[in-house]
Ligand binder design. Sequence first.
Ligand SMILES: *Cc1c(COP(=O)(O)O)cnc(C)c1O
Length: 812
Amino acid sequence: MKNKGAKPSLNNTDIACDLQRHYNFTLGRFDSRVKTPYLLKALALTVRDRLMERWRVTREQENAAQPKRVYYLSLEFLLGRSLSNAIKNIGAQAEVEQALHSYGCTLEDLETEEIDAGLGNGGLGRLAACFLDSCATLNYPVMGYGIRYEYGMFHQSLESGRQIESPDHWLRDGNPWELERPDHRRRIQFHGRTESYTDDLGARHMRWVDTSDIYALAYDMPIPGYNTQTVNTLRLWKATATDEFNLNEFNAGDYAEAVAEKNLAEQITMVLYPNDASENGKELRLRQQYFLASASLQDVIEQHLEHCGGFAHFADKNCFQLNDTHPTIAIAELMRLLMDEHRLEWDAAWAITNNTMAYTNHTLLPEALERWSVHLFSALLPRLLEIIYEINARFLVQVAQRWPGDTERQRRMSLIEEGDEPMVRMAYLGIVGSFSVNGVAVLHSRLLKEDLFRDFYELWPHKFNNKTNGVTPRRWLSHCNPSLADLITQSIGDAWQKDLSQLEALRACVNDQSFTQQWANIKRQNKARLSDLVKSNTGVTFNPDSLFDVQVKRIHEYKRQLLNIMHVIHLYDRIARGDTQGLQPRCVLIGGKAAPGYYLAKLIIKLANNVASVVNSDPNVASLLQVVFLPNYCVSAMEVIAPAADLSEQISTAGKEASGTGNMKFMMNGALTIGTYDGANIEILEAVGASNFFLFGLKVEEISAHRVACTPNQIIESDVDLSRVMQLLECGHFSLFESNLFDPIVNSIRNPHDPWMVAADFRGYIDEQQRAIECYQNRELWVKKSIFNTAASGRFSSDRTITEYANDIWKL
Ligand SMILES: *Cc1c(COP(=O)(O)O)cnc(C)c1O
C-alpha cells in the first residue's frame, strides 16, 4: 500500500496545479487578491510534496543497505530560509517561476517573506547547517539531531543606538517544512536517585528511580542535497509533559500546580541561549543538553536494534559527531543506556562509547569551555554524575600509569575540577570519551595540541586531528549571488557547484576584458542591492561606487569591532583636518548581535552607532566616509551582504578566532580580506597569495613578548594618530551629553593586560587599511584580485570539509 497515488512531478502544470490546490484547499484561501504569506506557504507545501518521495526513497535505500550512519549532535542549527534552497536543490526553479507568474509575483518576492530558522547564535550553528547541506549533496547517510526551540535567536533592533532584544517567535505562523513524528517520542528522566539491584540472573545493576520525566517529541525537517535524489533528515526535539505529570497534585485538587508543572516541562525547549563563545551556566541549559543527548541516543539505539538485533556491530554502524562541548553529556548517557537499560558490562559499554563518539572543539577561549557544578549535576542527573565519576576514576588510573607519581598532572587532567565548588569539565569528558578530537582550522588544531589540551595530546596523540571549516557554495555563492554564479558557469561550466576546486579555472579569465568588466558590473549591482537594504534599515544612503568595507559577525571583544571603529574615527579625524591625500570614498558597514548580558559588547554597539551619527551628519566628511551599524544581522542578511563586500574585515586577536566562516563567504563572493594571522585567515592567505590579501597584526607567538615590551599607554603616546583617536574618545566627542559613557571602552584599550591587544595592532591595521584604499584606486587590478579570491576559494567548500570528516573520522 505504500506510495499509493501519483508521485508529484517537476512538470510546469503539475506544480501550478498543486500550488493552486494547496492555496485553496490546504489553506482554505479563495481571496480575489492573492495574499503573499498564504501563497508562500502553499508554495512551500508544493515543494515539500516533491521532497517527500525522495525522502522516502533515501530512507528505504538506507534501511535496505544498512550503511554506517553518522549523527551530528548540535544544540544549534542556524538554517536560515529553506524555500529557495529546496527549489534550487531539486532543480525546479524555472517551473516555479512559471507557476508563480499567474499570481503576478516572482520567487524573489516570495522568498524574502520567509522567516529565518534562527536556531543558532552564529558560526557554530551555521556550520552545522552547511554540513547538513554538504552531507546530503555528497549522499552521506548523516542525520542531524537538535532542539526545536520555540524561540530562536532574538531579533535585534536599535533604540538611541543601543541594542534592544525582542523574542523571535519563528513558529508563529507554523513551519511548513517540519513533520511531527509521534512514533518517535522518547522519555527523558531528571532528578530522582540511584539504587542497585540484582536481576533475575543474579547480576548487579544500577537503576535511576523516583525521577521526574518528560517526553521528547520528534519533528523532522527534510535536508535535500543539491542535484541528487538524496534527502536527509534533521530531527529536532520538543519537550512536552508526560501524562502522569499531574497525578499527585491533580488528585489533591491542585489544578493550577499541575498545569504549572506542565509548563515547567515544556520550558526546556522554549528558548535558545543567546550566548556565543561563552558558557551559560544555567540549570535550564544543562537540561537542554541532556534532553538532546538522551532523546537522540535512545532514538539511534532503538533503530539500530530494530535492524541489527544486538550491540555487536554498533560501533561499526554508528558514529556521533559532537558539535562542541554542548552535547558531550552524550558520552555518559550512552554508557548509562548501554549498562542500565541494555545490561552491558562496563568494558563492553565503554568500548562502544569510545569507538562511536567524536568531539569537535570550537574555541580556545576559557570562558567558553563548559563546566557544570557537581552540586547541580548530582541533583539533576545523579546517575550521570556517578558514571562520570567512574569514567574519571578509570581514566586517572591510566594517567597514573603513564606518569607515575605526577599528582599535579592528575589534578590538571581530572574530569572534576576540585575547589570550593567542584566542577565537571565537559571538554575533558569529550576528549576522554571520544576516539577523535578535532579543531576547525590548522592553527586552532595546533594550539589545541600545544596549549589547551597538551596533557591529553601527550597521552593520546592519535586522537587529535584538524578539519578546517567550510561553507556550502550552494547557499553562499549560487543562491546569494546568482548573477556571479551565471557568469562563472558561462565561463567554466557548471560542475563547480559540486566541485568548488574547479573555480581555479577562473584565473585564466583575468585578462579577458569582457569577463572582468562583467565581474565588476555584478559587484556594482550587488552593492546597489545592499545599499537598498542599508537605506531601508538605517536611512543612510551608501554610494555603490565607494569601497564597501564590511564587518558582520557576533559582537565580541576578541573579534575587535572596536579596532574597526577606531579606524573609522581615525579617518574621520583625518578628513576633518583636511588630510585627505590618498583617501578614497569608503562605506563602512558593521553588524552583529551582542549577548544580552555582555555589557562591553553592547557598549561597543552604542559606540559604533554614535560614531556613525557624528560621521554621517558632517557634510564635509560625507563624500569620503559613511558608516552604519546594520541591525539584526542574520543568515538572510548575510545573503545580501557577502556578495556586495569589497573588503572583508577579519581582524580578531591572533589565536582567538578558531576558524571563522564569514571570512570564507566573503572570499567566495570576491571580497579581499583585511585580516590577522588567525584561524582560517591563514589558510585563505595561503590559498590566494599575499599580494591578494591585506595582512597585519601580531602573530600568536608574538603576543606575550609584546605585552611585556610595551604597554598600551606607551604605544598611544608614541603614535600621533592613535593619540588623536583616544583624545576624541576621551573628550566625549561621540557622547556629547554623557561624557563618561565610553570610559569602560577607553579603559579596556589602556589596560596593560588588555587580552585583545587593540592598541598594539592599531598602527599595523591603519597602515594596511591605507594600502587597501590605495589598491582600490587601481580598479582594474582590484577586480583581478577579486577574481583571484573567488578562484582560490575552492578549498573552503564544506563539501571538502565533509569529505575529510567522512574519510578520516567517520570512515564511511
Ligand atoms: C557565517 C555566519 C556567522 C559566522 O561569522 P564569523 O565571521 O565567522 O564569526 C555568524 N552569523 C551568521 C548569520 C553567519 O551567516
